[in-house]
Design a protein around this ligand. Sequence first.
Ligand code: TXA
Ligand code: MG
Length: 346
Amino acid sequence: MKTNYWSVDKNVDKEESYSQIQQAADLLRKNEVVAFPTETVYGLGGNAKEDSAISKIFAAKGRPSDNPLIIHIAKREQLDELVEKVPATAEKLMDAFWPGPLTIIFEKKNGVLSELATAGLSTVGIRMPNHPVALQIIEQSSLPIAAPSANRSGKPSPTKAIHVKEDLDTYIAGIVDGGSTGVGVESTVVDCTDEKVMILRPGGITKEQLESVVGEVKVDQALTDTEIKPKSPGMKYTHYAPNAPLFLVDGSKEKIQLLIEEEKQKGHRVGVLTTKENKAFYRADFVYACGKRLDLSTVAAELYDGLRSFDHQQVDIIFGEMFPTEGVGQAVMNRLMKAASHQVIK
Ligand code: TXA
Ligand code: MG
């Protein structure tokens, strides 16, 4: 299939962008699938009411069918068609964080959404993205739009249109390029169907931010204990992994340099995932500086581009620094641990 490619200005009011967004929305209405930017990562959108569109999403991604998709809406009014009830906690969280990187799990209204999109569950995850291009596309389509991250399953999520092209060119009907996404890690997924709000996937909205609105928030135990089955189906899959094995190092940069030397002596090409502060210190075959350690939001923004860049450098092994799990650091470390298959050198 030929993949249409549009480059749009973030300022979607411009006449030129408007017609391109219209074309993307038309394809969605025809049950084709189109990738577009959100404030977190690029999403691969499809008509959430239509099995044929949802099948195309799963096929293009190579995604296991038991992993439900997040449904994206542009207006609060769209919610009532999709869910049974809106708990008071969810109402507060929507007021505080929508549009934004927060996905809320609700009890779903039966018979509205494609069963494939929700993987046959009785619940549905919904979010309103904070990106003018995403909001315009959803609004123009007049549909709820199912949109997982627009990567091949298992790969790091795309934060640039070129990442989507690398993974999905010729598999999907279109890519809307709106530049780099911003937040860089996916939305936080919270379950609001119980009295106490629970984080199922850490992401762009931090635990601290949630607690400032609804009080104490629980965290799915499976996030820290790999023996427990996660409540969010997607969290059980390995993800984000570069082709070469990644080892996180719980130690100093001197320790990391020693590990690099050892590998070099074996004739291996070695990569390092670090930050701007430490980049100049390392002597390795490829060093990627992912944001500034002193501002973890900049690390989140560049994390996936960093993980993907090692594949282009043909390294044999990668060593990565670790980060504090405060604020958005919780999401960063969650993704890094998955990318490293939990391999940590102490
Ligand atoms: O930032 C994001 O959320 C991006 C952008 C494109 O919006 N989307 C995204 O979708 O990350 P995806 O499909 O890559 O991840 C969706 C996650 C999976 O872990 C899935 O299992 C979980 O949300 N999820 C979806 N519906 C759920 C439900 N009803 N109950 C529990 N977890 C659910
Ligand atoms: Mg994903």
